[in-house]
Design a protein around this ligand. Structure first.
Ligand SMILES: Nc1nc2c(ncn2[C@@H]2O[C@H](COP(=O)(O)OP(=O)(O)OP(=O)(O)O)[C@@H](O)[C@H]2O)c(=O)[nH]1
Ligand SMILES: [Mg+2]
Length: 199
């Protein structure tokens, strides 16, 4: 799928104030600093559509981007970041879970995990929560440029083995690098297929 246009629509912390139209949307979620905003910029060919930072906690709101005038990408704040105060951390978590529970337009989520790390409890817990709530998601392994090809395969195999302890199947997954533009076509083709199947 070719990206012909990508525009920022709005930011907010309240799912009821998200765009009212019924365009299908795809949400990026994962720990702070995992590379959600960078991945959105990579797949849309825009350097700074979504704001990125080396410091965790950059994205703090639900951000909607309109793609090709026909679907939305949603950039979400990271979870599991301890530096924000306890009370604001809770607020993030509530509006994230409210977003996934209430947003009818959300057709598929992407849970991002850093390919270098072993499965982290917070990610496994978040995916379990998505499963319990029947929210469809794929896994996106990020920062694959940091590993050699064989190490990529090993890390994904290890991750799958841990997932299979609690899941019947390994969820659909993508291997990506925003700095190397890896995984872009696979991700865009997947979104394209889901969009087509909804019509
Ligand atoms: N090497 C490498 N670095 C990356 C990649 N993607 C993101 N980064 C870096 O990781 C850091 C965090 O990236 P962001 O895209 O802001 O991460 P985020 O998940 O949106 O973070 P929050 O908004 O804070 O939750 C930045 O320093 C990026 O340059 C990648 O594919 N490869
Ligand atoms: Mg971000």
């Amino acid at each position: 799928m070719e990206i012909k246009s990508a525009e920022f629509v709005m930011s907010n912390s309240d799912v009821t104030k998200c765009p009212k139209d019924l365009l299908p949307e795809y949400a990026f979620i994962g720990r702070s600093n995992v590379g959600k905003s960078s991945l959105i910029n990579m797949i849309t060919n825009r350097k700074s559509l979504a704001k990125t930072s080396g410091r965790p906690g950059k994205t703090q709101l639900i951000n909607h981007f309109l793609i090709n005038k026909t679907w939305h990408l949603v950039d979400l704040p990271g979870y599991g970041y301890a530096r924000v105060s306890k009370s604001s951390k809770k607020t993030f978590q509530k509006f994230i879970t409210d977003y996934f529970n209430q947003r009818e337009q959300m057709v598929s989520a992407f849970v991002l995990v850093d390919i270098r790390h072993k499965p982290q409890p917070i990610d496994l817990e978040f995916m379990a929560w998505m499963g319990e709530n029947d929210i469809p998601f794929s896994i996106i392994f990020t920062k694959a440029d940091k590993l050699k090809p064989q190490a990529i395969l090993n890390h994904v195999a290890d991750y799958s083995a841990v997932m299979m302890e609690t899941w019947e199947d390994m969820p659909n997954y993508f291997i990506t690098s925003s700095s190397k533009e890896m995984g872009k076509d696979e991700l865009l083709n997947y979104i394209h297929e889901v969009n087509e199947n909804m019509e």
